[in-house]
Design a protein around this ligand. Structure first.
Ligand SMILES: Nc1ncnc2c1ncn2[C@@H]1O[C@H](COP(=O)(O)OP(=O)(O)O)[C@@H](O)[C@H]1O
Ligand SMILES: [Mg+2]
Length: 331
């Protein structure tokens, strides 16, 4: 029996989802770097099982506490209450094995947004729906009865997002140090809304028209700008990479921001927008010179991203629309 199979067996037994001698087949799922994740077949039932890894599968050494799996489970649970039509069903979590089980999403109407973007599939309004979902969750998390307790995860957010993306990147860009330091300090102390922390198209499955956001292990109370900026970054990098889709993807990026902005009730829209305009170029540079470099850009494209990101970090635009226009003009 493989190690993963043994862990799946113990977890599913502990959760009462499989009996000790039941036949299981375990098929590892690819795509992630931070976890062991598998499709488990138990008789005619399919379950998705996920365990956090202590050392991530990245070229540079990157360690992260495995209790982050609790934050992920809590986020999935809470998001399902806030936006049931965008929910994945969760079946239970084991504290001792740092793993949990959830519904396995499968079917003709299910697709991964990243794959659709990279194959330049026809637009199905994904970006605006993702923006609205992020905004809806942020807005729900500022309600007075929202329980913030499971999301007091500032130190995990630091280990998983601030260090590998921003702090690591700043080390090779001394001239930008002051900008990165300010971003890191501001993001570290912020705690206003429930941040997902990894709103990337590779973590977003579409079920029909409904985006389902997975992989919430960076979830924390934090700064509202982080999720929209993080997701915009992924769209922008694909726009730079794919000239035929560029105009459409940059319009989609603007659509994501506008759909998100309609939900902002906890502060002024302009304040969030200004922070996005500072953070987005820093995240762009982080995908070039940080610990998690983007895999699909060639040397010329990487240079283009680096140049425009450095210039926007030093002189941010006042609006998302102007930031996107600058990016378009630089290609
Ligand atoms: N419940 C699920 N049903 C079907 N596929 C899933 C499910 N959860 C994750 N996946 C697939 O597995 C990939 C990796 O899962 P993810 O939670 O993002 O792990 P990691 O933390 O390693 O990135 C996702 O990109 C998605 O394609
Ligand atoms: Mg993932």
């Amino acid at each position: 029996m493989s190690d993963l199979e043994g862990r799946c067996r113990r977890l599913l037994g502990e959760l009462g989802l499989a009996s000790p001698h039941e036949r299981l087949s375990v098929e590892p799922l690819s795509g992630g770097v931070a976890s062991d994740i598998a499709l488990v077949r138990i008789a005619d039932r399919k379950v998705c099982v996920k365990f956090a890894l202590a050392k991530l599968k990245t070229a540079a050494d990157w360690f992260a506490p495995i209790h982050r799996n609790a934050a992920e489970y809590a986020w999935l649970h809470r998001a399902a209450q806030i936006a049931p039509e965008n929910a994945i069903e969760v079946y239970g979590r084991s504290e001792s094995s740092h793993g949990f089980a959830m519904e396995f999403l499968q079917g003709d109407d299910i697709y991964l947004w990243k794959a659709a973007l990279l194959s330049e599939a026809p637009d199905r309004g994904e970006a605006a729906r993702v923006g609205a979902l992020l905004g809806r969750i942020h807005a729900a998390s500022v309600e007075p009865d929202f329980d913030r307790t499971p999301f007091d995860n500032r130190s995990d957010f630091h280990a998983l997002r601030l260090e590998p993306y921003l702090i690591h990147t700043a080390r090779s860009h001394g001239d930008l140090r002051i900008h990165f330091d300010r971003l890191v300090d501001d993001l570290h102390i912020a705690d206003r809304v429930l941040v997902h922390g990894d709103a990337s198209p590779k973590n977003i499955l579409l079920r029909g028209q409904a985006p389902i956001l997975l992989d919430a292990e960076c979830a924390t109370m934090g700064d509202a700008s982080f999720d929209p900026a993080f997701c915009l970054n992924h769209i922008v990098l694909k726009a730079i990479h794919l000239p035929d889709a560029r105009t459409r993807y940059l319009q989609n990026a603007q659509g994501l921001w506008q759909a998100y902005a309609r939900w902002i009730v906890w502060e002024s829209k302009d304040e969030v927008e200004a922070r996005i305009c500072r953070l987005l170029p820093a995240l762009m540079l982080a995908r070039i010179d940080g610990k998690s470099p983007v895999e699909y850009l060639d040397g010329l494209e990487r240079k283009r991203v680096r140049d425009i990101a450095c210039s926007l970090i030093k002189a941010p635009m006042p609006s998302v629309a102007q930031t996107l226009a600058e990016i378009a003009a630089s290609c």
